[in-house]
Design a protein around this ligand. Structure first.
Ligand code: HEC
Ligand code: HEC
Length: 269
């Protein structure tokens, strides 16, 4: 007993107690910090959903219904996911102005922060594909040749061989893909807007999507020339074949006519 009280009064005792107290607070902080951070995350998320809900009520509810259930003027948005919202609003398709065969692209009227809020609200109605991260859609280092192959098998029937676009039935069209941002190309594949099929990761892996983006980047970039010489509008084998027929065969016929005319003249004289 005597020993203990003696030790308690030791000049270093206060320091030891202080160190112990600091270690305890540190430990407690480590234990509690992640949960408080997570809490901050969820409050930020619910704030974004609240803001998105307000924007939605003003700009979108008239066609898509107050709870996103859809009306006769617009489809249900339950489960379309943040990627669909980011694509549709980011490319200026939404909010649509008037009904028609296909909602055209316009100047986007929302800031990216507002689009994120709209996306947060709509994905809170039902889970769907998320907006891709830059690491997912950045085509740097992807395989352009492989991308070209994938594009010709999956996309060219509608968008043409070099992505120049083309008409579909009933006044619809597959747009020219030049100048579309990598993020929007990725989202179009994820969500399949309008008549376009969607290409989830099970059909086209993340790597495949990057390869396609790299291919489009290569054929549409200003610094690359048309592979194989004259571009001929990039309209594909039919028109390019026609070009060969008209100018190639036409040239041959002209030569034949000229030769025949000369031999006829030679015979006469
Ligand atoms: C004038 C009516 C109208 C308004 C307003 C409108 N939309 Fe749409 N929305 C449509 C129609 C119609 C479609 C179907 C598009 C198509 O088939 O071309 C559509 C499609 C969509 C899609 C794609 C759904 C899918 O299945 O991939 C999303 C996402 C969307 N709208 C979000 C919005 C958001 C967000 C707003 C508000 C900023 C909005 N829309 C405002 C009519 C509207
Ligand atoms: C069945 C025809 C069809 C196929 C196949 C198809 N698309 Fe589309 N695509 C469309 C249509 C139609 C639209 C326009 C949708 C709209 O305006 O709402 C479109 C839109 C797009 C857009 C948006 C362009 C813009 O201007 O914002 C991109 C990017 C795109 N497609 C890429 C692809 C890629 C990549 C593939 C292949 C993996 C592909 N598409 C396959 C029909 C198709």
């Amino acid at each position: 007993m005597k020993k203990l009280s003696a030790r308690r009064r030791h000049p270093l005792a206060a320091v030891v107690v202080l160190l112990l107290a600091l270690a305890c607070t540190g430990g407690l902080y480590v234990l509690l910090a992640p949960t408080s951070e997570a809490k901050a995350d969820t409050t930020a998320q619910s704030l974004a959903i609240d803001e998105g809900k307000k924007l939605y009520a003003v700009g979108c509810a008239s066609c898509h219904g107050t709870g996103g259930q859809g009306t006769t003027d617009g489809p249900s948005l339950v489960g379309v996911g943040a990627a669909a919202v980011d694509f549709q609003v980011g490319t200026g398709r939404m909010p649509a102005q008037q009904p028609g065969a296909q909602v055209p692209k316009k100047r986007n009227i929302y800031s990216q922060a507002e689009i994120d809020q709209l996306a947060a609200f709509i994905s809170s109605l039902g889970a769907g594909p998320n907006v891709p991260t830059e690491a997912q859609y950045n085509p740097e280092g992807a395989d352009i040749a492989k991308g070209g192959e994938l594009f010709r098998t999956n996309c060219a029937q509608c968008h043409n061989f070099t992505g120049k676009g083309g008409a579909l039935t009933h006044g619809k069209f597959a747009p020219d893909l030049e100048g579309v941002s990598p993020k929007h190309i990725y989202e179009a594949m994820q969500t399949g807007p309008q008549n376009m099929p969607s290409f989830p990761d099970t059909t086209l892996s993340e790597q495949n999507k990057q390869d396609i983006i790299a291919y489009l980047d290569a054929v549409n970039g200003d610094d690359t020339e048309s592979p194989g010489g004259l571009e001929l509008g990039g309209l594909g084998p039919v028109s390019e074949g026609l070009f060969a027929w008209i100018f190639g065969l036409g040239g041959l016929i002209a030569v034949a006519v000229w030769v025949a005319a000369r031999t006829a003249k030679a015979k006469k004289s």
